[in-house]
Write a protein that binds this ligand. Structure first.
Ligand SMILES: [Zn+2]
Length: 421
């Protein structure tokens, strides 16, 4: 079987997309759709856009709706066809195709006469979508129609080490129909998109450079198709991106709050990163006293509240922690004598309490506990008094305890961002 990409690159010269099955229809229309410059998937089209573009691409009908330029061909609606409407765009589709659209293609299409004056409305199909994502319903429905003939010809994705912009666009397009296919039991389309996702996660170069939106769609395929491997890979990539600030934290946060349990770690990391960014962006007013809070405008009020509760919790933690040096444990089989160990703890505590007041730690923002924990460990690690006053085993033990504390705090960041209880 050809790959999606090789088929896409050669679709104007080869017969790879020739549709031979009776179940695959509108082959030439699918070609036409693909060969035309595609509209950006990024921008939300509006009704006005459809009506404006109708002057060039499609046609008005008396009801004021736009005929889809690809999926409404000819004026006559035959017995075997049905007119459906998505937003303000009409599609004239074979009834057999509509019956493949899972639970959407209900029995009424054989009994009722759906035409331009009374089209079958499919607007209900899109009501489950998150309005915050501003999905273009017409484009999504076109993509679903596009998938039917294509998926029978293409069963794998062959992404190289240097995926092109066309590769990204194509993968995004395929993945975009998975939630719709899952929602309406269009099992063949869903299985096909899931198999593409299986391939995509094997390509690190692709995964490390896809947009947050594609990463989200990939994760959602992993959920709906019950693919733990896809979910784990997406989480790994997203955590790395947010920590390294190579991707914005807000999309990660939105995703993490939707899938709370499995993405709890991502939620904590996203909030923590946002908090550090917020701290970096604050500026004290001209009076040198007032600080007017600036938060990312994409955050909801509830999220800002959780962010601030996290700030409070982290600052409170550090205020307590810095004044209570970790006690170094002693056991009879320790290489340090009991008498010497009293001295170990005394020196350790004294130097700890000194180090937390040093300028290098005070330079951190007060909620950056991970930064301060690392700084404290580095300070004590290089401290001559500790080196001289503790046995090597106790010194290493203390530093190791600090490392573990930092890992513990890092693994449980989300617990700070619960809002008000
Ligand atoms: Zn000791």
């Amino acid at each position: 079987m050809p790959s999606v990409l090789s088929a896409m690159r050669t679709n104007h010269t080869t017969a790879r997309f020739t549709i031979s099955s009776e179940n695959t229809i509108h082959e030439s229309r699918a070609f036409k759709l693909e060969q035309e410059p595609r509209r950006s998937l990024k921008r939300q089209r509006t009704d006005d856009d459809d009506l404006r573009s109708g002057k060039d691409e499609g046609g008005y009908n008396p009801s004021g709706y736009l005929h889809d330029p690809v999926w409404y061909v000819g004026d006559e609606v035959t017995e075997g066809e049905v007119v459906v409407r998505v937003d303000r765009t009409l599609f004239k589709l074979p009834k057999e195709l509509m019956k493949r659209i899972g639970s959407v293609g209900d029995a009424t299409i054989d009994k009722e006469k759906y035409n331009d004056k009374s089209p079958l409305s499919l607007d209900f199909m899109f009501k489950y979508l998150d309005p915050g994502l501003k999905t273009d319903h017409v484009e999504l429905f076109r993509t679903l129609l596009w998938a039917f003939p294509i998926m029978n010809q293409v069963t794998s994705v062959a992404l190289g080490d240097n995926p092109s912009s066309a590769d990204y666009a194509l993968c995004e397009r395929i993945l975009s129909v998975t939630s719709l296919a899952d929602r309406y039991n269009i099992s063949d389309v869903h299985a096909w998109a899931a198999s593409v996702a299986d391939e995509v996660i094997k390509n690190d170069a692709f995964l490390n450079s896809v947009s947050s939106l594609v990463l989200r769609k990939l994760y959602e395929v992993g959920v709906s198709a019950e693919r733990p491997l896809i979910r784990a890979k997406c989480l790994e990539v997203w955590l790395s991106r947010v920590w390294n600030k190579t991707a914005p934290a807000v999309p990660a946060l939105q995703m993490a709050e939707k899938y709370q349990e499995e993405l709890i770690e991502l939620k904590g990391v996203a909030y923590y990163t946002l908090l550090q960014d917020m701290a970096d962006q604050q500026a004290v007013a001209a009076d040198g006293i007032v600080l007017q809070l600036k938060a990312d405008p994409k955050l909801t009020n509830a999220q800002v509240l959780r962010l601030l509760s996290g700030h409070y919790s982290l600052v409170s933690f550090w205020e307590r922690f810095k004044l209570m040096p970790i006690s170094l444990p002693w056991t009879p089989d320790s290489p340090c004598s009991e008498e010497q160990h009293v001295k170990c703890n005394a020196v350790w505590s004294k130097r700890w309490l000194s180090a937390v007041g040093w300028r290098r730690i005070l330079g951190y923002n007060s909620a950056d506990v991970l930064g301060m924990l690392q700084c404290l460990k580095d300070s004590l690690s290089g401290d001559d008094d500790i080196r001289a006053g503790l046995t090597p085993a106790c010194r290493m033990n203390g530093l190791e305890l600090l490392t573990r504390k930092r890992e513990d705090v890092k693994a449980n960041l989300a617990s700070h961002f619960l809002g008000c209880l």
